[in-house]
Design a protein around this ligand. Structure first.
Ligand code: 6R9
Length: 571
């Protein structure tokens, strides 16, 4: 069954003819945009912010920020000066190129200032989502051997400083009390720091940002991106986001995730766009208000958010004037055709699905304004990107055959390292020059890609990527739990929810209180979004002879499917 394609809406788009561009475009065309073309050196923060201060954009608003208590705007010149100040603070602390500096705080102008200032020093930025709890924070800071962290007094307790020997500097944003003595006050230092700074010019292949993400086994892995990623982040912001001079752009993602840096900071600012950041939590009214208040023209969000807005009903959307919107996009999980049709009805706009990953560093398979959309499809490869469906040996499969979604190795924003783990990095690239994504998909006869599922056991819940192993490891730390297996259970609103199967130790009963305690144990130990929404107690869990929990069998139980080949099952 072939769904009906949504026709192109006429308009002046940056990418005018997809097929033509796909045939002729070469990444070397973009290289001239950046300083390395002349000097051999570069810096993302210069290209994103300072560069525009030498043009008509100097006094253009770079950042509109609002939350329940604040409502502020910053020009490119403001951000240049503020990030210079922050870079000076780091420099005085002795931070040098290549050091890992983490930022662990809610979205705020200070977060963006600190991120840009960090990059100006040549240090590698480690953004951490504010919801992470003590152990998740510790794993990431320890693995990367972070030397400094920018955080708030509220989050300070989640940083086990005494267990992190490399962590020398804590910079606190917000009112510190006497317990916080000995740490550095962001406000005090910013008020005295100079707003002049000599940028650390780096090589294209020097580290820029380290994003921790989940796989199906082991601890989260640090995906390293380098300054060279700007080539693709710049170009996709132009073609996919379609950013133009007058646009006001709102990406709803937090910089703790790749969407929030690549498409929430770098891509838009490289193009000199005005960026909206909304702090605080999701609420339909706040979100619609944000579009109305800032006259947002381009809006990038996620299926989970769209589904929640859809759930809030037409009445809520009708209260606001959203007529400035001209381009709407989605990323993070499959975008249901139903949501696309809802978008057509309530916004009178097509929602453009885009597919990419932390590891790809920028958008790779997308729908473009100048192209027909097939609701339910992720679209076609970005010009300059070669994508295919391959079998396990790396042979390309013909249209309509399901297989591994793969990208030809060597795209500009490709990750360059898994921190501390060259073996893990190599695992991605073992099939004939293809990067194998871990997603399964097929390509139809028109070249559109269709997502089918994850091949591994990674869970996508409310747009966030969660590794089952990390949750299982936490669960078995609980004294009542003998064994644990975690899967994603399909859920209409969240894509998947986390479901844990557990076996209890002798002497424990599966009371509601105990299950609630277990849920809280994960919530407070790892992160709220990692806590299982459902817990089912079993006598025993299905294991392989080598003792690995068979999540595949758990999933089959859950979905009422046949369990398939059980030859490796323990008994
Ligand atoms: C950018 C980002 C990556 C995983 C990816 C896939 C899922 C992302 C999707 C999608 C279906 C889309 N995913 N976009 N699935 N349709 N348009 O989300 O990065 O957090 O690393 O997640 O998300 O499974 O492999 P990340």
């Amino acid at each position: 069954m072939q769904p009906i394609a949504l026709p192109i809406v006429e308009g002046k788009y940056n990418l005018k003819n997809y097929e033509e561009a796909y045939k002729t475009f070469d990444w070397s065309e973009v290289e001239k945009e950046f300083t390395w073309y002349e000097t051999g050196k570069v810096n993302m923060a210069y290209e994103a912010i300072d560069k525009h201060c030498e043009t008509h954009r100097k006094n253009k608003v770079a950042l509109y920020y609002s939350d329940a208590n604040r409502d502020e705007q910053y020009t490119f010149l403001d951000l240049k000066r503020l990030s210079n100040k922050f870079a000076n603070i780091l420099k005085e602390l002795g931070i040098v190129k290549g050091d890992r500096v983490f930022i662990f705080m809610p979205r705020s102008p200070e977060l963006y200032t600190a991120a840009l200032g960090t990059i100006k020093t040549g240090a590698i930025l480690g953004p951490l989502f504010e919801a992470f709890m003590r152990e998740a924070v510790k794993d990431r800071l320890a693995d990367s051997e972070a030397v400094a962290i920018v955080t708030t007094p509220e989050l300070l307790a989640r940083i086990p400083i005494s267990e992190l020997p490399t962590l020398k500097h804590i910079i606190l944003v917000g009112d510190a009390d006497e317990n916080d003595q000995g740490h550095i006050s962001y406000q005090d230092e910013m008020s005295r720091a100079s707003d002049q700074f000599e940028i650390e010019w780096v090589d294209r292949e020097d580290g820029l940002v380290l994003h921790y993400t989940s796989g199906s086994t082991g601890k989260p892995k640090g995906v390293l991106h380098v300054h060279n990623a700007m080539i693709q982040q710049y170009q996709t912001a132009k073609w996919v986001l379609d950013l133009q001079e007058e646009d006001v752009y709102w990406c709803t993602a937090d910089p703790g995730w790749v969407t929030g840096t690549a498409a929430g900071m770098f891509g838009p600012w490289l193009n000199g766009a005005s960026n909206v950041v909304r702090g605080g939590r999701f609420s339909p009214d706040d979100w619609y208000q944000t579009i109305e208040k800032f006259n947002v023209t381009i809006w990038y969000s996620a299926p989970t958010a769209f589904r929640m807005l859809m759930g809030a009903g037409d009445e809520s959307v009708k209260k606001y004037n959203l007529s400035t919107l001209r381009h709407v996009l989605s990323v993070g999980e499959p975008l249901n055709p139903e949501v696309v049709h809802w978008g057509l009805r309530v916004f009178e706009k097509r929602i453009h699905d885009t597919w990419w990953m932390t590891e790809t560093g920028a958008q790779t398979i997308c729908n473009y304004p100048c192209m027909e959309i097939k609701p339910g499809s992720m679209g076609k490869p970005v010009p300059g990107i070669i994508a295919a469906i391959v079998d396990d040996e790396g042979n390309e499969l013909p249209p309509n055959r399901m297989g591994n979604l793969a990208i030809k190795q060597g795209w500009p924003s490709m990750m360059r390292q898994i921190w501390n783990s060259p073996e893990k990095y190599d695992e991605y690239f073992q099939t004939k020059g293809w990067y194998v994504s871990g997603d399964s998909a097929f390509m139809d006869e028109d070249g559109y890609f269709w997502f089918q599922g994850r091949i591994d056991d990674v869970i996508m819940t409310a747009g966030e990527r969660v590794g089952p192993f990390e949750i299982e490891s936490k669960l078995i730390e609980h004294p009542a739990i003998a064994e644990a297996g975690v899967i994603g259970k399909p859920d209409a609103a969240r894509g998947e929810i986390i479901k844990a199967f557990i076996a209890l130790r002798n002497g424990y009963d599966a009371t509601d209180d105990l299950l609630e305690e277990i849920r809280n144990f994960v919530k407070t130990g790892l992160a709220a979004h990692a806590a299982p929404r459902e817990i089912e107690v079993k006598e025993k869990l299905p294991k392989t002879r080598s003792g690995k929990i068979m999540r595949r069998v758990l999933k089959a139980w859950e979905l009422g499917l046949a369990t398939g080949d059980l030859s490796t099952l323990e008994d």
